[in-house]
Design a protein around this ligand. Structure first.
Ligand SMILES: Cc1cc2nc3c(=O)[nH]c(=O)nc-3n(C[C@H](O)[C@H](O)[C@H](O)COP(=O)(O)O)c2cc1C
Length: 333
């Protein structure tokens, strides 16, 4: 099933393998894409990945995880991003982008803010509590980023609501201790989605990445996060990308497929298709994840950093006759 096609709205994938967003910290300090990004993303497209979701891309300069994140806060970023999209398309894959505000996990010059004035760790700056104006400005920036992503030609937009970045900081009771209406984390997510869906085309896929557990008492659970998703999904949420952790410094016991149970539970509780994965580096486990309906699509992260042609090579290994890039046909035998 892994190598079978999949369609969601206008998005047609040739297989169910997803390259998840992975920060490359390789942009210049103004957030512009360069040759590294063009080669990096085109290689995974040539390598047979069905859907490539571009790394966390900053919606505002102070929302970047680092000074070298890709940016989407200016129309000037659109041509470089469009080149990434065009290269992915030209090499047979589908292009998604993850848009992000890092909140208290931003390591940049500028005002660092978060739902509450609670620090992440000693290595990070203590954030200011966001004012209502800060919140409105960020919501507007998410919508502007969505408009630019559409203009650049992306097929899927992913809101980064996982790993302890700003949207997740609102969703988690550990990082959100506000006493106003935004103390209910769903309110911020709903307002972001309302703004984004005004500009992101209805026929294109809107995805939300979430952490379904924080591995500590008092954090979100698959049940609480699914309830939040259910309260906003009517606005036009199509796909959930299930991950975990990142809001609290805690050791995670990771093993191959360790987040598949979370993906399965979120799928069950929300009724939405999900992308699942975590430490998957063999095709048999990826196939099992999809065939056993734990998830609809599987993400392969670090293995694709090591092996851009993993999908082509593994298909050959298991004897699946995958479509090959025309120029590489002589290497198929
Ligand atoms: C270098 C690197 C950068 C990452 N950057 C992001 C990111 O920008 N956004 C995100 O949601 N997850 C990010 N992640 C997490 C991955 O998307 C993925 O969830 C994680 O690596 C687990 O999958 P894997 O075990 O298959 O690698 C990153 C992971 C790595 C290794």
């Amino acid at each position: 099933m892994l190598f079978e096609s999949y369609q969601l709205k206008n998005m047609k994938l040739k297989n169910r393998v997803v390259m998840p967003p992975m920060c490359m910290y390789s942009a210049d300090t103004l957030g512009f894409a360069n040759d590294f990004h063009y080669v990096h993303y085109a290689s995974r497209a040539i390598g047979g990945v069905g859907l490539i979701i571009q790394e966390a891309t900053g919606i505002l300069p102070n929302g970047r995880i680092s000074e070298n994140d890709l940016g989407i806060w200016s129309d000037d970023h659109i041509p470089g991003l469009k080149k990434i999209v065009d290269l992915i398309h030209a090499n047979g894959s589908v292009a998604g982008i993850q848009v992000n505000h890092a909140g208290r996990k931003a390591k940049v010059n500028g005002k660092i803010f978060a739902p509450s004035a609670l620090g992440y760790s000693n290595d990070y700056e203590m954030p200011h509590e966001m004012s209502k104006k800060d919140i409105k400005d960020v919501i507007k920036a998410f919508a502007e980023a969505a408009r630019r992503a559409d203009q650049a030609g992306y097929d899927l937009l992913e809101l980064h609501g996982a790993h302890g970045y700003l949207i997740f900081q609102f969703l988690s009771p550990i990082s959100n201790q506000r006493t106003d209406e935004y103390g209910d984390g769903k309110v911020f997510l709903r307002e972001v989605m309302e703004a984004v869906t005004k500009v992101w085309p209805k026929e294109k896929v809107l995805c939300l990445r979430i952490s379904a557990t924080e591995y500590v008492e008092g954090g979100v659970t698959p049940e609480s996060i699914s309830e939040m998703i259910n309260s906003v999904k009517d606005l036009g949420l199509d796909l959930i990308h299930v991950s975990s952790g990142g809001n609290v410094l805690v050791k995670i016991n990771a093993y191959p497929g360790y987040q598949l149970g979370l993906a399965e539970r979120v799928k069950e509780l929300t009724g939405l298709p999900v992308i699942g994965g975590g430490l998957i580096s063999d095709i048999v486990l990826a196939e099992h994840a999809v065939a056993s309906k734990k998830c609809d699509l599987v993400y392969l992260g670090r293995v694709l950093l090591r092996e851009p042609y993993f999908v082509l090579n593994q298909a050959k290994e298991v004897g699946y006759d995958i479509e090959y890039p025309k120029a590489y046909l002589r290497g198929k035998k």
